[in-house]
Design a binder for this molecule. Sequence first.
Ligand code: UDP
Length: 407
Amino acid sequence: MPVLDDYAPIVGEGTVKELKLLGDRLAGQRVVNVNSTRVGGGVAEILTRLVPLLNEVGVKARWEVMSGSEEFFELTKKLHNALHGRPATFTAVERETYQRTTTANLRALDLEADICFIHDPQPAGLIAARQSLDSRWIWRCHIDVSAPAPGAWEFIAPMVEKYDLSVFSAPQFARSLPIPQALVAPSIDPLSDKNRELSKSECEAILTKLGIRSDKPIVTQVSRFDRWKDPLGVIQAWRLARQRVDCQLILAGGSATDDPEGAEVLREVRQQANGDPDVHILDLPPTANLEINAIQRASSVVIQKSLKEGFGLTVSEALWKAKPVIAGAVGGIPLQVSHKYSGILTHTTEGVAFWIKQLLSASDFARRLGENGREHVRNNFLLTRHMRDHLLCFLYLLKGPENIIRL
Ligand code: UDP
């Protein structure tokens, strides 16, 4: 497992030194993170690396995962979708399910800490423990809550309002709240198996094992099989593009344990692909980090055709590999992609198709987009910047109204 000093060649000695100094100010402070899945999706991805690094600089960070029944995760998926804007109503039985699950987790989880760092709506109700614990509470929202369906924000607002601090990924997600709000963009780990350098031969070996040929350019989307990621739209766009330029498509996905819709979407994707030998649908296990790394590196173009997106770690992952990315102009994606500078932003299936063809035909332009994207990620979306933001949030909460942090 990489240690902090290993990041210095990538982000500079100064950044690493600053993290250690911030850690000194927080030495021994206990931080417990709580989310709802150990594997799958962006939150798990980030916590896997951030928790060990916080410990390395002296913070006593832990990670607890809440549990819930199928019924609970059906409800929270509906809530997640409604926060993204899909209309929904919440029945008294569902509210009762949420309440019951919260109570069970309050009993089961060890929340004894100086800071409770709660991720997303599923565990938001744990704030009920605040009365008995002398701790500071952060609610971290990883989803796009800029235009929720009626009733969705109201479902969680009474809980969120009890926190000491709320954290959102992008300025447009900020809500009207009586508590302070911080903007913290997510990040990728450049040294993880998902993102570390791979040699050409390593990549080739992995792709051969996955049954992907190298005789045609590869266009890829890596995403959970989720409607907001629009995998059916990706297939449509690729089909339109292929009328002009020969290429193959990889849809690499998997499911998260807190996402019950995945299997259904995967079925629809398979149906839409209709056995086309140039469409590779890969249902990968959550441990397939090297595989995703190799797929992204072997791709000529990476797509992230999201219709709604909290941030879209897959975009930064592809940009870090200097790939030209075509992505939906939604949620946190425009933070990562400046149109025609560090990637391409689109709003339509036809737009994605047009740009697949353009980028496969104009390799110099595509290469420049990728290189600019990589530098943008280096400066903004690597784990070290994220860690610094978290340390600053902890200092803000623990050091009271003092505004100056002396290092
Ligand atoms: N991912 C993965 N396997 C998959 C699909 C996605 O490991 O089959 C990873 C992907 O590489 C990224 C994360 O899961 O690191 C997804 O984060 P993102 O913010 O893109 O979307 P989310 O799933 O959180 O909506």
